[in-house]
Design a protein around this ligand. Structure first.
Ligand code: PNS
Length: 168
């Protein structure tokens, strides 16, 4: 039974992430979506629990996918859970340098290979950080995230829609 890991911050999960998770689930027996507990990039908008809940809701139709979290090194989590592969989506050349470096480091540390799936073109501009920014200022992200995520973003930013944070 081959198990793949789809790791990330998922703050929040976007349609682009979901596309990669669905396609990974077609190729592997089991998929663990591993949510990092403390994203390094920035303070997270959603708590770890919220990020996991949203992922559970949007992957409920995928029986071989489960959601978990990790802290520390991804490869340690991969070994503990007997995962044979890490799967990442590649959006553009700008992703490649960093992803290649991480893949090579992870392989050196553990022998675990990383597989890249090319992002579907309709999602190549999407990122969680841009979705957060657009939603924060009242922009429409309904076509960019699953409905369950859109609902949470509305709950979080609804009262500030169209105003921005610095406006009276
Ligand atoms: O969604 P993101 O923020 O691009 O995900 C990045 C993530 C969480 C996959 C990456 O930062 C990671 O694997 N962090 C865990 C720490 C680790 O293993 N670092 C060494 C990587 S070579």
């Amino acid at each position: 039974m081959a198990t793949a890991l789809c790791p990330g911050s998922f703050d929040p999960v976007t349609n682009g992430h979901l596309d990669i998770i669905e396609r990974t689930a077609r190729h592997f027996d089991n998929v663990i979506v591993a949510v990092i507990r403390n994203p390094q990039k920035s303070e997270s908008l959603f708590t770890l629990e919220e990020r996991q809940e949203m992922l559970r809701e949007v992957t409920a139709h995928l029986p071989n996918v489960r959601i978990d979290f990790f802290k520390g090194l991804l490869v340690d989590y991969a070994k503990e859970h007997d995962a044979q592969a890490i799967v990442k989506g590649l959006r553009a050349l700008s992703d490649f340098d960093y992803e290649l470096q991480m893949a090579q480091m992870n392989e050196r540390l553990s022998g675990i290979d990383t597989f890249f799936i090319s992002t579907s073109p309709q999602y190549s501009f999407l990122s969680s950080s841009l979705v957060r920014e657009v939603a924060r200022f009242g922009g429409d992200v309904t076509n960019m995230v699953p409905p369950a995520v859109s609902k949470r973003l509305n709950e979080r930013f609804g009262d500030r829609s169209g105003k921005g944070e610095d406006q009276p």
